[in-house]
Design a protein around this ligand. Structure first.
Ligand code: NAD
Length: 479
């Protein structure tokens, strides 16, 4: 399957005629090519966006809302096709793509289609001065959206939907590792009546295409999701141009389990929060801390449950764990399993590459549980982003709070307890942008989403996203 850029509503090849192979993680074979777009392609996309901006920014909220909701409906109508494409491109189980990725991408458009009709700005009366202030929330112009490979369409649309809802025009780049559903989205946008140039999708490597978007002097805001090192680089390039930046970066999230929790619910959810999407979700709880009295029981039960997970071809309905996204990524994750051994970690389960009949070159890995003797080891401090979790016991609330916070990341944390006061104390003190208590990945699109420390800067979601994609201008009128 050869894909093209989507610029000004048309599918176009890259000027340079440079192409990148696209691999299928399930069998390791090349199954298509994508453009490696250059500065010239990005300029072309920018020009289309710039020309579309005056009309789009003045399009009524009702019309914008109707188009966004239409995109959402078309995604739902094409659920099977999109889910198959996502599963093939990324290696994730088809069931996950069908129940999470594509429905959530559709709900991103529906949500922001509705949210823009409710978005309002402030007014401040300057009492005693006979003056009234009101705040205009104006779209920025042309904005850049850059997304990663783990939840390809879901995270791509999480940026694009609020950007266009707020009246901006977009130059967007999906990950070169998983470009297919972003490509298919172009067709849907045209069918939904999105005017040409409002959304432009350019494909290519981060270092060429992504870099060209970030360096473009007239793309005034960048919304980026990806690794922390890439985020730091983007910040360095964008800062001297005073671009607005939203950076959603890596994580190393603690999953803290107290003995008083609802045990079965916790166990079930912990299997999911550890290994869903092959552990390749920035919100996965990759560091599991268990209160000492239930530690041995948890260890036995958790290993037992994880043993039952079926690693298999992503297209099979009964597959729980599919293929990792790429060969380099599989190698990186396996390297961490070796590091764990060198660091005196005990592999309680997994640790090996799996060969699946007929798909011998696919990127399959056993779900892996490592018992670590201390939190101060690389596997407990560095983001692995694969089907690998560490576990260790703790004795007191103060102790677990300290080790939970002792990493450079701060994206999310999960807490399992029925003690209300402890919940309040811990939630206040955990250094993360999101705290889940007795649940994981429950999503309400109105809530702020993002991390602290090296997990990023800024918040997505709800009105936070609409604020990011607009500039506030205060108008002060004396009467
Ligand atoms: P990555 O940083 O390698 O790439 C992300 C995107 O940035 C890709 O589209 C890539 O092409 C592009 N890119 C790379 N170099 C660039 C440059 N110099 N200029 C502009 N763009 C560039 O990340 P990845 O490997 O695709 O994704 C995995 C990472 O994403 C993990 O660290 C994970 O935690 C993180 N992530 C974070 C969140 C969140 O919400 N915080 C969500 C999902 C994934």
């Amino acid at each position: 399957m050869n894909i093209q850029n989507y610029i000004n509503g048309k599918f176009t090849p890259p000027f340079s005629n440079e192409w990148i192979d696209n691999y299928c993680p399930a069998d390791g074979k090349v199954y298509g090519q994508i453009p490696n777009s250059s500065k010239a392609d990005v300029e072309n996309a920018y020009t289309a966006a710039k020309l579309a901006f005056p009309d789009w920014s003045k399009t009524t909220l009702e019309t914008r809302s109707r188009i966004l909701i239409k995109i959402s409906e078309l995604l739902e109508a094409n659920l099977q096709r999109f889910a198959e494409a996502e599963s093939k491109d990324n290696g994730k189980p088809i069931n996950l793509a069908k129940t999470v990725d594509i429905p959530r991408a559709a709900s991103n458009f529906r949500f922001f289609g509705n949210a823009i009709t409710q978005f309002a700005s402030e007014s401040h009366e300057s009492v005693g001065h006979n003056a009234i202030n009101y705040t205009l929330r104006q779209p920025i112009g042309v904005v850049g959206c850059i997304s990663p490979w783990n939840l390809p369409l879901y995270l791509f649309t999480w940026k694009i939907a609020p950007a266009i809802a707020a009246g901006n025009c977009v130059v967007a780049k999906p990950s070169e590792v998983t470009p297919i559903t972003a490509y298919l989205l172009g067709e849907i946008c045209t069918e939904a009546g999105l005017p040409n140039g409002v959304l432009n999708i350019v494909h290519g490597l981060g270092t060429t295409t992504g870099q060209a978007i970030v360096e473009h002097p007239d793309i005034k805001a960048i919304s980026f999701t990806g690794g922390t090192a890439t985020g730091a680089h983007i910040a360095k390039v964008a800062a001297p141009m005073f671009k607005k930046l939203s950076l959603e970066l890596g994580g190393k999230n603690p999953n803290i389990i107290f003995a008083d929790c609802d045990y079965n619910d916790m166990l079930e959810t912990t299997v999911r929060s550890s290994f869903a999407n092959q552990g390749q979700i920035c919100l996965c709880g990759s560091r599991i801390f268990v209160e000492a009295p239930i530690y041995e029981k948890f260890k036995t039960d958790f290993v037992e449950k994880v043993k039952q997970l079926k690693v298999g071809h992503p297209s099979k309905e009964d597959t729980n764990i599919g293929a990792l996204v790429s060969k380099p990524h599989l190698e990186k994750v396996m390297q961490y399993i070796n590091i764990a051994k060198q660091e005196n970690g005990t592999i309680l389960y997994g640790g090996h590459k799996i060969t699946i009949a007929d798909y011998e070159n696919g990127y399959y890995l056993e779900p892996t549980i490592i018992e670590v003797p201390t939190d101060e080891c690389r596997v407990n401090q560095e983001e692995i982003f694969g089907p690998v979790v560490t576990i260790m016991p703790f004795n007191t609330e103060a102790e677990v709070l300290q080790i939970a916070n002792k990493v450079k990341y701060g994206l999310s944390a999960t807490l399992w307890t029925n003690d209300l006061k402890r919940t309040m104390r811990m939630s206040n003190k955990l250094q993360s942008g999101i705290v889940w208590v007795n649940t994981w990945m429950l999503r309400d699109l109105r809530t702020p989403f993002g991390g602290v420390k090296d997990s990023g800067m800024g918040r997505e979601g709800g009105f936070e996203a609409l604020r990011f994609f607009t500039e506030a201008k205060n108008v002060c009128i004396k009467y």
